[in-house]
Design a protein around this ligand. Structure first.
Ligand SMILES: Nc1ncnc2c1ncn2[C@@H]1O[C@H](COP(=O)(O)OP(=O)(O)OP(=O)(O)O)[C@@H](O)[C@H]1O
Ligand SMILES: [Mg+2]
Length: 397
């Protein structure tokens, strides 16, 4: 896709050294990318994201000035081999997925290769623009979701997950910043930069996927314990963390290290034992890590003061199951009473119409743990400074 690929094969600079720089420039500029428009058909309006893999801009289509897009730059820094394989994977997956609750990839475009950029085009993934991301919305205290609206968010999120899982795709980076919401209240799963296709393992042939995926605070226990034969439940754990965040307004388990994340999980969901999670003892890190014993499961108890709605508490309990085989799947979750009792899921557009400014994680001040969370984190830190009977430490969000 890049002009460099062509340079390697019949670069005028190497095969016919007598070409002047101007001729060389013309040669490359004339190179035709029939399915890849130039990025100058869009006009950048503002930077809205800075991810691990590049910057994201809000931009306007010059032809129809009312149409906004999001342009995600493909990071080419360390690429000696042309277009990065990780971006190719993201594009292939996005091209496959077409659903109301999955972000829509419009096209890939590129800057012109010129002498100024040493004939290296910059590529962009161009998406339909969404006005907000969920992390941005949750960090703004003026944005208030009622129970019906929370149900609508979760219903759309689970619809998106049901669709991608049915298409044998794992997202592997569920978090509030990767959940977009349009001003009309339509939720879109975004950021397929870590996504991959999966197959259901046969008994004798286990998958060996990398477990270094998912942002730490949303990473499920099986990945933290080294599982490489995982599946859709990894995304369901993230859905549970996001659902709790709809009430707590900040991520519920903010570990600084993998070890600390495991501690937070066991203090909320109970210690990892073969009783509650048959087969956990076979995971690579189960024996090598010093896992805390004796923690009781406290999911319902801890989240009830925030969530209040008993069906909501019950669904959270089913999403935040330690054993991935017992974790609820998207289909079953969509049939949960939470979505079928009053107040029913309701449209978000009215609430969102009160906010005229876009809200993105990138533009928001860092989210701090709330008062009660701070109290809890202080306790954890004290506990880590002086080893003691951890079962006495109370978890408070
Ligand atoms: N279509 C879109 N409309 C509006 N904003 C978007 C869109 N796509 C991405 N963004 C914003 O840009 C941010 C970063 O995008 P994305 O998550 O795809 O990139 P990334 O580099 O993989 O990020 P990270 O590594 O931080 O997860 C998102 O969190 C969101 O705020
Ligand atoms: Mg992201």
């Amino acid at each position: 896709m890049s002009s460099r690929g062509r340079e390697n094969r019949d670069d005028p600079g190497s095969s016919s050294r007598c070409l002047t720089l101007l001729e060389k420039q013309k040669y490359i500029e004339d190179y035709d990318f029939p399915y890849c428009d130039e990025s100058n058909k869009y006009e950048k309006v503002a930077k809205i994201g800075q991810g691990t893999f590049g910057e994201v801009f809000k931009a306007r289509d010059k032809k129809s000035t009312k149409k906004f897009v999001a342009m995600k730059k493909v990071l080419m820094d360390n690429e000696k081999e042309g277009f990065p394989i990780t971006a190719l994977r993201e594009i292939r997956i996005l091209q496959l997925l077409k659903h109301e609750n999955v972000v829509n990839l419009i096209e890939i475009c590129r800057t012109k290769a010129t002498v100024n950029n040493r004939y290296r085009s910059t590529f962009y993934l161009v998406f339909d623009f969404c006005e907000h991301d969920l992390a941005g919305l949750l960090s703004n205290i003026n944005v208030k979701f009622n129970l019906g609206e929370i149900k609508k968010v979760m219903q759309q999120l689970l619809n998106g997950l049901y669709y991608i899982h049915s298409n044998k795709i794992l997202h592997r980076d569920m978090k509030a910043a990767n959940v977009l919401i349009t001003k009309y209240g339509v939720l879109k799963l975004a950021d397929f930069g870590l996504a991959r296709a999966f197959s259901v393992p046969k008994n004798d042939q286990k998958n060996r996927y990398t477990n270094r995926v998912v942002t730490l605070w949303y990473r499920p226990p099986e990945l933290l314990l080294g599982d490489r034969n995982y599946g859709p439940p990894v995304d369901m754990w993230g859905a549970g963390c996001i659902m709790a965040e709809m009430w707590t307004r900040s991520p519920i388990m903010q570990g600084n290290t993998e070890q600390q994340q495991l501690i937070y999980i066991s203090q909320l969901c109970g210690s990892f034992t073969p009783d509650v999670w048959p087969g956990v003892e076979e995971l690579e890190l189960y024996k090598t890590l010093d896992l805390q014993k004796g923690h009781k499961r406290k999911v319902k108890e801890r989240l009830r003061p925030y969530v209040k709605d008993p069906h909501g508490v019950d669904l959270l309990d089913k999403l935040l199951q330690l054993d991935p085989n017992h974790r609820i799947d998207a289909d079953t979750a969509l049939n949960h009473d939470f979505f079928w009792t009053d107040p029913m899921p309701c449209d978000l557009s009215k609430m969102l119409s009160q906010h005229t400014q876009s809200m993105f994680e990138y533009l928001a001040p860092p989210r701090r743990p709330g008062q009660m969370m701070r109290h809890y984190h202080q306790q954890i830190n004290q506990m880590q400074a002086k080893p003691q009977d951890n079962s006495l430490i109370d978890r408070v969000y």
